[in-house]
Design a protein. Structure first.
Lengths: 236, 407
């Protein structure tokens, strides 16, 4: 469970200080599929960095699974990221010239898990992310964009995190491949019960989630589940 | 992160850019190889000079006459010219000083020597029959003279190989031939084995005759030009030297050691001087190698800094998926150390090869010591740590957010 209470983030100080988040509060339950939407400069990237434990807020508290992570040190945050968070990036960020299996098991390498165990977990994660088994031992530069993003999703899944954070995961993909990736997220959410937070500036991407949080100028402006009803109404 | 994984990451990273890793390593290879080769050449020179000094004889102490000053004048005729040493002195040393294995006396002079057709001018040493043992000399053909021949003032001579070549068209037939030294007839009874130059005049260009024969027929007096004393071991050299000095002072009735009419030279002193010269030489050579090693180390640092910049996004990703500062730090440090260690091993092999080549070419006899290999190995690892530390620290301190966004 994610609980944000009055989160503020200020960059710089004095006259040049810029407040990227101006007191944001929300709660996300386990197993939710949430989209955080907003134009560039709205503070959604700052919010993602805080949610992903890459950064700490200037003020306010952030509880992840009941633990206050807003005041931890660099290395303590690294341990939280290692066990509780999986990232999917817009630019994939796979290690070049490295096999798919090695890329996926990298988070487990840092967790100090044995090679045998890593293989099992990586395989399961790749199957869950929907990559064909024939690609498992390919190098990351031998794959297509859609396949690469599936590998990246598998890497985010492999440590069985409480939260998967996807930052514009379809930004570098064509619409068709993007849809496949979004359907993968939906399936992971539905079938495996993973909590997924999708950060995007595109409304039609956001609508794949069950709940949309809109951010504008550092404030939460709407928390909306109405599009599901709309979609439901359309199907009737 | 497990050690095996650390090495796998290192292998992947280094093999990703083989040419660059190879060239960076080359800096260390050249540095280590030159240190190993230079030290081996220096140490080889040192041991060959030492061996050359040892070839004069081992544990040797020489007594030389002092300066002769004519009474009433200040004119000095130079060290070694005084007529102050006698056969009695040699006998007293033999009987009165402990730890002495052998004493041999010597008179020496340069004379014209003629054979049937050829002639030469060289050093003629009148020596006692213990000379070959003390001075480490071997006979190639014929024999050295015996006690009896010495006592009978036999006119026999043993030639150095150079002299044999100078006097006879076929040196192999020298034994049994007649020669004339300073007009006096002598019979050649032996030729010595070649010793090579020893830095203090060639021992091969010499003629040896019995001591008393030389005193009677050549110098015309009973004085000696050298007394050679062989101590029983290297440890007692100083004691023997001191005892000989004290004994001769008493014998010559001299109260103030500063006025001694002889000087006692310890072979160990000569060795120490030569060693300190070659030691300096070795340090100089090692310093030149050390500079190339330093340059190699800077090459490593340069490459690691480039790598850190190039792999900023990768570092960001690794941090995002849970790598701690220590993980990143270890990874980059291991890369640097692996580069220098592999470079070090190749360098040691190459240096060894160069030393072997120099040895085979016959210029200098080289010897690669285990200590220089171990030092080179340690130094290359240390260079990895020193020059890898800063880049690794820089990588570890990168902010993951900035690193992930880095273009």
């Amino acid at each position: 469970m994610i609980e944000l209470t009055n989160i503020r983030k200020t960059y710089g100080s004095g006259d040049t200080a810029f407040e990227a988040l101006k007191g944001v509060s929300f709660t996300i339950e386990d197993g939710e599929f949430v989209a955080i939407m907003g134009p560039s400069g709205s503070g959604k990237s700052t919010l993602m960095n805080l949610l992903g434990c890459l950064d700490t807020p200037t003020a306010g508290t952030y509880h992840l699974d009941g633990k206050d992570v807003s005041t931890l040190s660099d290395d303590e945050l690294a341990l939280i990221r290692r066990t509780k968070i999986g990232f999917v990036f817009q630019s994939f960020n796979l290690l070049p010239r490295t096999s798919v299996m090695r890329n996926v098991s990298l988070p487990l390498v840092y967790a100090g898990i044995s090679e045998e165990e890593r293989g099992k977990h990586a395989r399961a994660a790749l199957i869950a992310a929907g990559l064909d088994e024939q690609h498992f031992n390919h190098r990351s530069n031998q794959l297509s964009g859609g396949q690469i993003q599936r590998v990246a999703i598998a890497r985010a899944l492999v440590n069985e995190p409480s939260l998967i954070l996807a930052d514009e995961p379809t930004g570098n993909l064509d619409t068709k491949t993007g849809n496949i990736v979004l359907e993968t997220f939906q399936r992971l959410n539905r079938e495996l019960g993973r909590t997924i937070i999708l950060i995007t500036h595109e409304p039609d991407v956001a609508e794949h989630a069950d709940r949309i949080l809109s951010i504008r100028d550092g404030n939460l402006v709407s928390d909306d589940k109405s599009h599901i009803k709309r979609a439901a109404a359309q199907t009737i | 992160m497990k050690t095996a994984d650390l090495f796998q990451e290192t292998y992947t990273a280094l093999s990703a850019n083989k040419v660059r890793s190879g060239l960076t390593m080359l800096g260390i290879v050249i540095g280590i190889a030159s240190v190993i080769a230079m030290i081996s050449i220096g140490q080889g020179a040192q041991s060959s000079i030492q061996a050359s000094i040892q070839s004069i004889g081992s544990n040797l102490i020489e007594v030389l006459p002092g300066q002769q000053k004519a009474a009433g004048t200040a004119v000095s005729s130079g060290r070694g010219t005084a007529k102050s040493l006698t056969a009695d002195d040699a006998k007293t040393i033999q009987s009165g000083v402990t730890n002495v294995t052998a004493v041999t006396s010597e008179v020496s002079g340069r004379y014209q020597i003629t054979a049937s057709t050829l002639n030469t001018n060289t050093t003629v040493d009148g020596v006692s029959e213990s000379y070959p043992a003390v001075r480490n000399m071997q006979i190639d053909q014929g024999t050295f003279f015996t006690d009896e021949q010495s006592a009978q003032l036999a006119k026999v001579a043993v030639l150095g190989p150079t002299v044999a070549t100078d006097l006879f068209t076929d040196p192999a037939t020298a034994v049994g031939q007649k020669i004339r030294i300073n007009g006096q007839p002598f019979t050649v009874i032996g030729v010595t084995v070649t010793k090579g130059g020893n830095g203090f005049g060639s021992q091969d260009d010499m003629v040896f005759v019995p001591l008393m024969t030389a005193q009677r027929l050549l110098t015309g007096n009973q004085y000696l030009s050298t007394i050679d004393i062989q101590a029983s071991s290297a440890d007692v050299m100083t004691q023997v030297q001191n005892d000989v000095t004290a004994l001769l002072l008493t014998q010559h009735e001299i109260k103030d050691p500063a006025n001694a009419d002889f000087s006692v030279i310890n072979q160990a002193d000569i060795l120490a001087t030569a060693s300190s010269i070659t030691g300096t030489f070795t340090i100089l050579l090692a310093a030149i190698g050390g500079i190339s090693l330093l340059v190699g180390g800077i090459g490593i640092m340069n490459m690691m800094l480039t790598t850190v910049t190039e792999r900023t996004r990768e570092i960001g990703l690794r941090k995002a998926i849970g790598a701690t500062r220590a993980d990143i730090n270890n990874q980059f440090l291991t890369e640097a150390i692996c580069l220098t260690l592999i470079g070090g091993i190749v360098g040691i092999t190459l240096g060894w090869g160069i030393a072997f080549g120099v040895n085979a070419s016959g210029l200098v006899k080289t010897s690669v010591s285990l200590s220089s290999v171990l030092i080179a190995f340690g130094v290359s690892a240390a260079i990895g740590v020193i020059f890898g530390y800063y880049p690794a620290r820089r990588a570890a301190r990168l902010n993951p957010i900035d690193a992930l966004r880095y273009e």
